[in-house]
Design a protein around this ligand. Structure first.
Ligand code: ADP
Ligand code: MG
Length: 329
């Protein structure tokens, strides 16, 4: 039950397609948990930010802000694509970068050496900024902080899945870089001296990478532990969403991310109040709901949470509270 997760876990992630209600579910759950005495941080990692809009407050990127009127609740929007200063430095620390012509020679040497460490090493693989940004979030989770619960409002499916796979990717990338740096350290040291380059920055960044690497390994353990983390899927009652949710579940299994709850949002509930058009929509939803129940509830043992479509947009405290009454019981 979502209630138990909110009262007991350290992390809960909400994910699913765009527009289904992830931010709404995450924000109303965060308010509920905070008001049940848990010191809660809600983090949006969705580049299409709407957490601030949902809570009715300004959220400057990267800056945790206490939610006014809700004790125990802090909100944070991060942009995983932003080049944070520290990250920029990391990806720029290329020991051959400042060696000019000599650099080309070293790169080919590097390529040669990469050959004998599994599938090769690029010092700056594509998507590394985003990867390191997520690494920073994982590092934060694993360091001392006084939040009881961290709720993630995640990006739509494809993006989130990539992020969930990152602990492995990131850790193996950092591992390779560290290995390579150790191997080449002395050679580069010599060249740098020869060409007048200092190695302070390199040493510093090695430490940063190492710390992040350790945090990621710890985070991996937390992300896969059902007593620590749970991923809540949010979906709507449509045929396409069923297939999509199936794929999402497969990915969660692949990365060993615990999942027990699926929210079916925006359901037309009471047929007596409905217009002809809405009755037709409801019939469509009910047909799909049957399928959803037989697949996800009966076969896969998931708890389904049915949430009605509200007349109004769900924004700000009062509506989010109303919403939480239907989401959490
Ligand atoms: N059950 C619901 N009833 C009415 N409006 C809803 C419901 N769930 C979500 N909404 C509205 O739908 C829009 C998208 O919801 P949001 O939570 O931002 O989706 P996501 O984060 O998945 O993109 C928002 O305007 C929100 O207020
Ligand atoms: Mg959202």
């Amino acid at each position: 039950m979502l209630r138990d997760l909110l009262l007991n876990l350290k992390m809960i992630m909400f994910g699913g397609k765009g527009g289904v209600g992830k931010t709404t579910c995450a924000a109303s759950s965060a308010i509920w948990a905070a008001e049940h005495g848990r010191k809660t941080l809600i983090i949006s990692t969705d580049p299409a930010h709407s957490l601030g809009d949902s809570l009715g407050m300004e959220l400057p990127p990267g800056e945790p802000v206490p939610v006014r009127g809700v004790e125990n609740l802090t909100a944070l929007e991060i942009n995983p694509q932003a080049k944070m200063a520290e990250i920029k430095k990391l990806t720029e620390v290329n020991p051959i970068g400042d060696l000019g012509m000599m650099g080309d020679m070293m790169q080919s040497m590097l390529d040669g050496m990469a050959g004998d460490t599994d599938e090769g090493v690029s010092l700056n693989p594509p998507g590394i900024d985003e990867t390191l940004a997520f690494g920073k979030v994982l590092e934060f989770i694993e360091t001392e902080h006084d939040y009881d619960l961290i709720i993630f409002d995640t990006a739509p499916t494809g993006h989130t899945l990539r992020l969930l796979g990152l602990p492995e990717t990131l850790s193996s990338w950092i591992g390779k870089i560290l290995k390579l740096r150790l191997k080449l350290g002395r050679i580069f040291g010599k060249f740098k001296k020869l060409f007048g380059g200092g190695d302070d920055q390199q040493d510093d960044s090695l430490e940063v990478l190492e710390r992040m690497n350790n945090a990621i390994i710890d985070a991996r353990e937390d992300l896969t532990n059902p007593n620590v983390n749970s991923f809540v899927i949010v979906m709507i009652s449509e045929e396409m969403a069923i297939a999509e949710t199936g794929r999402l579940l497969n990915q969660l299994i692949k990365y060993s991310i615990p999942n027990s709850n699926i929210v079916i949002n925006q359901l037309y509930l009471d047929p007596s109040e409905l217009c002809e058009f809405c009755k037709a929509r409801r019939a469509m939803q009910q047909r799909n709901l049957k399928k959803i129940k037989s697949i996800f509830q009966d076969k896969l043992n998931k708890s389904l949470i049915e949430v009605p479509l509200f007349k109004d947009e769900i924004r700000e405290y009062n509506m989010l509270k109303e919403f939480s009454k239907r989401l959490i019981n």
